[in-house]
Ligand binder design. Structure first.
Ligand code: ADP
Length: 668
């Protein structure tokens, strides 16, 4: 076993590896970019070295800088985590050359699986079942179309070098093939610098079921069962669980053995994942092999009671696998969700910003949180916008699902938009609970999973009012206590006015809708005139700063967080943000309207879809911005005329830059 390891990664996975290393008494060294100087992984490691500016290319992807740190720090081995250099054969080779152990498979195995086409050829020879398709080198469009016709439509075109769902197009009829091929090749070239594609049959209702395998240098191999990762958006995983609902022990064994054969056919050593598509009839097909630890490995750890990072360290240190196949068993059920800073209602556009408030449910044997982020940290444009992984375990799936729903309700993030509400809706969906899903689940249930934003409920408004009123009372009494005249009527916050009814108005903006709530002061509390009727409310802050509220006789606990003029109200799993609004301040309406036309994050203009002077409808697409490797359409927030276009194709824009300006056409 090693004395010192270097972790060439950041975020939650770096923290997770450090945790196991610490438990095993191994000294940890990590690296960081300027954006991460005070990041959690840096503070947890025994030593941390700066390797460059924020951009990954100039820091976490710099092989030379990382190997220098290994040398200076005396690290004997490097754990690459996932992403970054974890599947770089070049990096593994460079480690080998400089005499440091790469905690991962041999270089040849990474190379073999690095191309989807090569991997498929190898698997074909090893008789691992494949989706029928063409994986050869001929890239002539007409030839590929003929192959597609032979396979039979629908087909999927995939970037051979692909990953993260990029360079992938499903094609349902021959006449669409050539255009889709062009799109897949362009995207593949832009993302991977290589435009080779493969074509295969497109399964319409498959499940994504992958097998965790482990092999050592002595020829031992096991599978640690499956993970069902069918809940995907844009062909990327959102929720993973183990065991896969409905998978029979016989099929599990068959898939497990096929995965082990796949690994052995390339002389694999270490942790790996063999991904399959599983059809309703129980037939399954090899998709690809990931030659590293997966994001979703915790669900396997929860159901097997094993620490996969410990296994990796032992195997890399030359030890045998800790257990044989017959020693492994599944216990209970685990589900992981990926909490991302992103906006599901805007096609999962990544969000950036500072996490001004973070409260997480307590960890236990039933609940695990893997994160690299703390309150006050920044989610930046430079890296993956994952905030945390939340993993739950129980003796059965129903129990795990119940725990998941509760934990999501208790997971509070303010400052960046997250997918927490969306994950909660998946967890609460009856079809998901029934195990009735495949990779098309999110698309099929769009209307339930992406509800129209509802206006703030009376309960939310009442909590917002209560927060404002209780804070005012607290501020008044503290300034009264500090004053030379504590009994001055100016400190009184009871709303009393000479010759007036004792009431006044609170103003909020709910999205773009102004909401006014009239507050009447009563002996027993505040009587609010809410859109749905009157409600008597009262409450107090507890020691944690939460509001214990009595809303018309219903007692609940809620959290209200202020950031600037925004109030985020979180109660029983629902989260709503209102703006405290002053209707008498100048120009507030214009400020609200301008919002839709500004860049939501730094990015590059890839298309301008309108011209100056064009008349546009509300919702019309105006510009396409590429930000964090995803395209985002800027839509018109209202009807009007394009007055000015401030950026052209290829322009780099900053967060908040005004992209275009829009004028309301005066009526005749
Ligand atoms: P990437 O490496 O980009 O993540 P994968 O090959 O792992 O791409 O595929 C990602 C997802 O795309 C799969 O989990 C599945 O949902 C879908 N997919 C891939 N190939 C097929 C296919 N032949 N039929 C249906 N869906 C597919």
């Amino acid at each position: 076993m090693f004395d010192t390891i270097l972790i060439a990664n950041r975020g939650e996975i770096a923290c997770r590896i450090i945790r196991t290393a610490k438990r095993l008494g191994i000294r940890t060294v990590t690296v960081y970019s300027d954006a991460d100087a005070t990041a959690r992984h840096v503070t947890l490691a025994d030593e941390a070295y700066r390797i460059g500016p924020p951009a990954a290319k100039e820091s976490y992807l710099r092989i030379d800088a990382i190997l220098d740190v290994a040398r200076i720090s005396g690290a004997q081995a490097i754990h690459p985590g996932y992403g970054f250099l974890s599947e770089s054969a070049e990096f593994a080779e460079a480690c080998e050359k400089s005499g440091v152990v790469f905690i991962g498979p041999p270089v040849a195995a990474i190379r073999a699986m690095g191309s989807k086409s090569t991997a498929k050829k190898i698997m074909q020879e090893a008789q691992v079942p494949l989706v029928p398709g063409y994986h050869g080198t001929n890239q002539n469009p007409d030839f590929l179309l003929q192959e597609a016709k032979k396979i039979g439509f629908p087909v999927i075109i995939k970037a051979s070098a692909g990953g993260g769902g990029k360079g992938m197009r499903a094609v349902f009829q021959p006449q669409d093939f050539i255009e889709a091929l062009g799109g897949a090749k362009r995207e593949s070239m832009a993302s991977f610098g290589d435009d080779h594609v493969l074509v295969e049959y497109y399964l319409t209702k498959p499940r994504h079921v992958e097998i965790q395998i482990f092999t050592d240098g002595q020829g031992n191999a096991v599978y640690l069962f499956e993970r069902d990762c069918s809940i995907q958006r844009r062909h990327q995983k959102v929720l993973e669980e183990s065991p896969a609902p409905g998978l029979t022990p016989k099929l599990r064994e068959k898939m497990g053995n096929a995965a082990v054969v796949a690994a052995q056919s390339i002389g694999y050593v270490g942790a790996g994942t063999v991904e399959f598509l599983l059809n309703e009839d129980g037939s399954f097909f090899f998709m690809e092999m990931n030659t590293r630890l997966q994001v979703e490995h915790p669900v396997t750890e929860m159901i097997t009671g094993q620490d996969l990072v410990e296994w990796q360290l032992r195997v890399a240190g030359g030890e045998q696998l800790p257990l044989a196949q017959q020693d492994l068993a599944i216990s209970g059920h685990a589900i992981e969700v990926r909490i991302y800073a992103e906006d599901p209602s805007r096609d999962f556009l990544p969000a950036i910003g500072r996490i001004s408030h973070l409260r997480t449910p307590a960890e236990s044997t039933h609940l695990r949180i893997d994160t690299g982020i703390r309150e006050g940290d920044e989610v930046s444009i430079h890296y993956d916008p994952m905030v945390a992984k939340l993993i739950v375990w129980d003796t059965d799936r129903t129990g795990a699902l119940r725990r998941l729903k509760n934990a999501l309700e208790d997971f509070q993030v303010v400052g960046v938009t997250t997918n927490i509400g969306f994950l909660g809706r998946i967890a609460a969906h009856p079809a998901f609970a029934a195990g009735d899903f495949d990779t098309g689940f999110i698309e099929r249930h769009r209307s339930e999973l992406f509800p129209e934003t509802a206006p703030a409920s009376d309960r939310i408004l009442a909590l917002a009012c209560l927060d404002v009123l209780l804070r005012r009372a607290a501020e008044a009494s503290s300034s009264a206590a500090a004053s030379t005249d504590p009994y001055s009527p100016w400190h009184f916050t009871g709303g009393w006015r000479l010759n007036c009814d004792n009431h006044y108005n609170l103003y909020f903006l709910d999205g773009e809708t102004p909401v006014t709530v009239t507050v009447h002061y009563r002996q027993s509390g505040f009587e609010l005139e809410l859109p749905g009727g009157e409600m008597l409310v009262r409450g107090q802050f507890n020691a944690d700063g939460n509001i214990l509220a009595d809303l018309g006789g219903t007692r609940i606990m809620a959290t209200v967080v202020r950031h600037g003029v925004d109030l985020t109200i979180m109660a029983r799993g629902c989260s709503h943000t209102l703006m405290i609004y002053d209707p008498f301040a100048p120009d507030t309406e214009e400020a609200g309207v301008g919002g839709g036309l500004t860049a939501p994050m730094p990015g590059k203009v890839v298309a301008v879809l309108v011209e100056t002077g064009a008349q546009v409808e509300k919702g019309a697409p105006l510009m396409i911005l590429e930000a964090m490797k995803m395209e985002h359409t800027i839509n018109s927030p209202r009807e009007g005329v394009i007055a000015q276009i401030n950026y052209g194709i290829g322009a780099l824009v900053d967060d908040g830059a005004e992209l275009l300006s829009l004028r309301i056409e005066e009526g005749p």
